[in-house]
Design a protein around this ligand. Structure first.
Ligand code: SF4
Length: 315
C-alpha cells in the first residue's frame, strides 16, 4: 500500500519585509522604513498568477507591539486575509508574536496559522541577540495561546545553526508537551539551515546522517498526529526518499519561489513525482489545514476549507 506525502499548493504574499528584528541568518528582512507595504492590487496580481494555489501564505516582517505602525500593519494582515477568502483561497498567516486579541481576530479568518519555535540553546541565543521577538519564552507563550484559542497551528525548528543534540531533544520535548496539553500542532517543520551560496553543494554524508537521525528522533518524540514537514527545496531531491523513510510525511506549502530562501529553487511537481515514482509514496495536495483539525474551525471557515479540498481533489 502506498503512503501519502501531502503538500499544499500555495502562493506567498509578503505584507512587508520591514522587520524590527535582525536575526543572524535572515536574508529576507529590510530595515523598518525602507520596506514598502504590499498593496491590495499587487496581491490581486499575485493571486491571479497562481490560480491553482489554494493556500495564501501571509509571511510578514514584524512590527514591535508598542510601535505606532503596529495598528496599520495588523489592519493589512486582516485586509489581505479577507482578500484571500474573497478569491476563494485560504489564508495562513505567519507574522510573528501576536496579542491574544490579534491572534483571535486572525484566527476567525485563517483556518491555520504558524510561528516557528526556531530552537533553544546558546546557538539560537547568539543568532537572536538582536531579535527581541525570538525570545524562547515569548514563542512558547504564543504556541500556548494558539492552543488556548483552538487554532490549528504550524511550528518548526531551524536546524544546523550549531545547536547540540541536547538542545534538539529539549525543543522537541517542549513541543510534545504542548501538544499533550492542547492538541493543536498540526505540523512541525524541520528546516535545515544552509547559508545562501551553499545550494550547489550536496549535503555531505555526515550532514545527511545527522538530519536523518533528527527526523527519526522527532518522529519518536512527537505524537503521531503531528505531521513532520520538510521544505523540499532545502534538501537534495535525490535524498528525498531517505527523509520520507525517516519520518517526513508532508512537504508544506509549495509556491513557485521560496521568498525566505530565494537561492534554493523549488522543485517542480513533476520533478517530485519522478523522484517518488516506483516507490511506496504518493503525493497528495491538501489545504493549509489538515483534515483532522477541520472540526475545530468556525463553520463559515470550515465550509470554505471543504470546498477548497474538493477542488484540489478534482484537479
Ligand atoms: S523575524 Fe523573520 S523577517 Fe525578521 S529578521 Fe528574523 S527571520 Fe528575518
Amino acid at each position: 500500500m502506498s503512503r501519502r506525502i501531502t503538500w499544499s499548493p500555495s502562493v506567498t504574499l509578503v505584507p512587508t519585509r520591514g522587520c524590527f528584528n535582525a536575526c543572524g541568518y535572515c536574508s529576507f528582512r529590510l530595515p523598518l522604513g525602507q520596506a514598502r507595504p504590499l498593496q491590495p492590487e499587487q496581491a490581486e496580481v499575485a493571486l491571479a498568477r497562481r490560480p491553482a494555489a489554494a493556500e495564501v501564505l501571509l509571511l510578514s516582517g514584524e512590527v514591535a507591539p508598542e510601535a505606532p505602525e503596529r495598528q496599520a500593519w495588523f489592519a493589512r494582515l486582516l485586509q489581505l486575509s479577507r482578500l484571500a477568502l474573497a478569491h476563494g483561497r485560504l489564508p495562513h498567516t505567519n507574522a510573528g508574536p501576536l496579542s491574544r486579541r490579534e491572534m483571535a481576530a486572525l484566527g476567525r479568518l485563517n483556518p491555520s496559522m504558524g510561528l516557528m519555535l526556531e530552537g533553544l540553546g546558546p546557538a539560537y541565543d547568539r543568532l537572536h541577540r538582536h531579535a527581541p521577538s525570538k525570545r524562547l519564552e515569548l514563542r512558547l507563550g504564543q504556541l500556548e495561546q494558539a492552543g488556548r484559542l483552538g487554532i490549528p497551528f504550524t511550528t518548526g525548528l531551524l536546524l544546523g545553526v550549531g545547536e547540540s543534540w541536547d538542545d534538539r531533544v529539549a525543543a522537541l520535548e517542549l513541543l510534545a508537551e504542548l501538544q499533550g496539553r492542547w492538541g493543536h500542532l498540526q505540523e512541525v517543520i524541520l528546516q535545515p539551515w544552509r547559508p545562501d551560496g551553499a545550494q550547489s553543494r550536496p549535503l555531505d554524508a555526515e550532514e545527511k546522517a545527522d538530519l536523518l537521525e533528527l527526523i527519526a528522533l522527532a518522529r519518536r518524540l512527537l505524537p503521531s498526529e503531528v505531521h513532520l514537514q520538510m521544505p523540499p527545496n532545502l534538501w537534495p531531491l535525490e535524498d528525498l526518499p531517505a527523509a520520507l523513510d525517516a519520518g517526513i510525511d508532508d512537504l508544506g506549502g509549495i509556491d513557485v519561489h521560496d521568498v525566505i530562501n530565494p537561492a534554493y529553487p523549488q522543485p517542480s511537481l513533476r520533478a517530485l513525482e519522478l523522484q517518488l515514482a516506483g516507490r511506496a509514496w504518493r503525493l497528495q495536495a491538501r489545504t493549509c489545514v489538515h483534515r483532522r483539525w477541520w472540526s475545530w474551525l468556525p463553520s463559515a471557515l470550515r465550509v470554505r476549507v471543504e470546498w477548497s479540498a474538493l477542488r484540489l481533489e478534482a484537479a
